[in-house]
Design a protein around this ligand. Structure first.
Ligand code: ADP
Length: 198
């Protein structure tokens, strides 16, 4: 069966890690806008050149550009049976773009996993990641910008999806496996079946 999923959570909530686990279990691709942008920056493409300074500052890439990238990715054959979106939509305008695109294909999201992690905790995890990985946008300033954007622009999208009854709030504090189990339990309860559960 298909599963069209979105994972939402503040930076440092572990959504990247959980996203990969969920996608594997359901046999669907992860569509991470952050990864797509970073790959383009690394490869020096035109898109990469357009977005480098925006990403390093922790600001949002323009909505039209981001939505075009996502439409393109979701149009590829491997996303036909489902996908897990990570990092998109990130504001209400992008929610509208995604609605329009999926609606045009008679599709809709099945579930939105909202990872709940207190700001102090995500800040601590991001600072640790900055020390380990040295990502260009993991400076204290860019981290602050991204968390502020999350609270101001991204958190409100949960209100919209909430009225559709598709949001599962998951406590993101605890061991990685515990969090994964919580997510699987919530998706199971929606009747969304994992490959590995066959
Ligand atoms: P994080 O969750 O740590 O902020 P991401 O990998 O999701 O990291 O995103 C990295 C950067 O890529 C963002 O700070 C932003 O500049 C850009 N980006 C990713 N997704 C979007 C999006 N949906 N809209 C606009 N910009 C985005």
């Amino acid at each position: 069966m298909t599963a069209r999923l979105l994972i939402v959570g503040p930076q440092g909530s572990g959504k990247g890690t959980q996203g990969v686990r969920i996608a594997e279990a359901f046999g669907i691709p992860v569509v991470s806008t952050g990864d797509v942008f970073r790959a383009n920056v690394a490869a020096g493409t035109d898109l990469g050149k357009q977005v480098t300074s925006i990403i390093d500052a922790g600001d949002l890439v323009p909505d039209e550009l981001t939505s075009a990238v996502v439409r393109d990715r979701l149009s590829q054959p491997d996303a036909g049976e489902g996908f897990l979106l990570d990092g998109y939509p990130r504001n209400l305008a992008q929610v509208m773009h995604l609605d329009e695109f999926l609606g045009g294909r008679d599709e809709a999201l099945d579930a939105v996993i909202a990872l709940v992690v207190p700001r102090d905790e995500s800040l601590a995890r991001l600072t640790a990641r900055a020390a380990e990985q040295g990502r260009a946008d993991d400076t204290a300033e860019a981290i602050e910008t991204r968390l502020n954007i999350y609270e101001r622009e991204t958190a409100p999208i949960l209100g919209v999806y909430g009225t559709r009854g598709i949001v599962d709030e998951i406590d993101g504090v605890g061991g990685l496996d515990d969090v994964t189990d919580r997510i699987f339990a919530a998706l199971d309860a929606r009747g969304l079946r994992r490959r590995s559960a066959d």
